[in-house]
Design a protein around this ligand. Structure first.
Ligand SMILES: [Zn+2]
Ligand SMILES: [Zn+2]
Length: 402
């Protein structure tokens, strides 16, 4: 029996103007960002990303910090005035005041040596603000399911995944760089790299998109077809509702596995910096978009690029879609390897989630799950791949799609 999460006050209750909860959540988001930004001003060598730090316009950042703190207090005041519960508004105001108390925008930045491992809190704040603004807007204006709430059940868990996987960017880069350069440096061929770099940037971009997606396709498919690896990937499949934040639910080991898989061909082929940067921006947007609760359709382009409709089917618990639509960017890979299923044009999945035994709730328990999952009876197993379903016919129907 699936354990039932106790809904909090901000989960599964529609946000309405005038109740003070929208302003309360905005106040907390801004206050938390301001608080983290102040810590970054104090300890830039530990808490910011070296690659981003070098290009920051400090004067603009200080102005944004002041604006963020003022807005956090203003939104908090609106929330306190309108809401019966003062908790949200007071928390947001408290975070903004704490940021000011710790020095606010007046902190002198000291330049110290960068340690081997840093934490990307600046990357987290920038990405979170940009993604929230863009995708909440897109999901409200062009929703697939207009009844789904922005602050739906388990949004806090997914926000924690989002934060962790952004803050750990330096660790991810260290591990993936070691994997490709440390273990496969011997395979680099200057002639091949020169030939790739001699191509126009647009051609390099198309090529990098294809080879990276090819590697990701097979890594992804392997995670579905291998029982041990599936227990890691099941974490990504367990959200019962899809939106831009739900795509962040990825076991940290899977993050390392997938990024390493994708980086290897990019490293070996030696693409130009411009092509790699274009690819990074593309997948940064696309990876969030395809999970979003967005009903936007793009006609024939849906055969060229993956869309929310396409990837929602990959997350479907509907039997017809199990182990389909692996591609992250290019549906042609699924067409080539026999796993294409886009569903009927106007049909969307009925349910999302894992088929079979549900996963535990919680960030730590989901990270421990692949290591401590007991061998279950076949009918209870958290089964997804077609091969496993064939061996366990009783798991054919979704037992407990979360
Ligand atoms: Zn998958
Ligand atoms: Zn996904």
């Amino acid at each position: 029996m699936a354990p039932t999460a106790r809904p909090s006050r901000t989960e599964d209750v529609p946000l309405r103007l005038g109740e003070g909860r929208i302003s309360g959540v905005a106040s907390i988001l801004l206050g938390a960002c301001a608080f983290v930004a102040v810590l970054c001003f104090h300890f830039p060598e530990y808490l910011t990303t070296p690659e981003l730090r070098a290009g920051y316009p400090h004067a603009l950042l200080r102005d944004l910090l002041v604006g963020g703190m003022v807005l956090a207090v203003a939104c908090g005041a609106v929330s306190v005035f309108h809401s019966r519960s003062k908790r949200l508004g007071l928390t947001g105001i408290g975070l903004a005041l704490a940021a000011q108390w710790l020095g606010g925008a007046n902190i002198e930045i000291e330049h110290r040596a960068t340690p081997l491992v840093t934490f990307g809190f600046d990357w987290l704040v920038l990405a979170l603000l940009a993604n929230t603004i863009v995708f909440v807007f897109v999901e409200r204006v062009w929703p697939h399911d207009p009844d789904q709430l922005t602050l739906r059940k388990e949004w806090k868990l997914d926000l924690l995944y989002y934060a962790f996987n952004h803050v750990m960017i330096s660790v991810i880069l260290l591990c993936t760089t070691f994997f490709s350069e440390g273990l496969f440096g011997w395979a680099v061929h200057d002639g091949v790299q020169d030939a790739v770099r001699s191509l126009p940037v647009l051609a390099q971009f198309v090529l990098v998109l294809f080879v990276a997606d090819f590697a990701q396709y097979w890594g992804h498919r392997l995670m579905h077809e291998n029982r041990f690896l599936w227990n890691f990937h099941a974490v990504h499949h367990c959200p019962a509702r899809m939106d831009w934040l739900a795509g962040s639910r990825i076991h940290f080991a899977e993050v390392l596995f997938t990024r390493s898989t994708v980086l290897l061909p990019i490293f070996l082929l030696g693409f130009s910096e411009a092509a790699i940067n274009a690819y990074v921006v593309w997948v940064g947007i696309q990876g969030v978009l395809i999970h979003s609760n967005t009903g936007l359709r793009v006609g024939f382009l849906e055969y060229v690029f993956t869309t929310p409709h396409y990837h929602h089917w990959h997350h479907a618990a509907d039997p017809e879609a199990i182990d389909k639509n692996y591609a992250a960017n290019l549906p042609v890979l699924d067409m080539l390897f026999g796993t294409y299923h886009a569903g009927a044009r106007d049909r969307w999945p009925a349910t999302y989630g894992v088929v079979g035994k549900p996963l535990p709730h919680g960030f730590v328990s989901q990270h421990l799950y692949p290591f401590i999952a007991k061998p279950a009876r076949p009918a209870e197993e958290n089964v997804r791949s077609a091969a496993h379903r064939a061996a366990t016919p009783s798991a054919e129907a979704p037992l407990a799609a979360r």
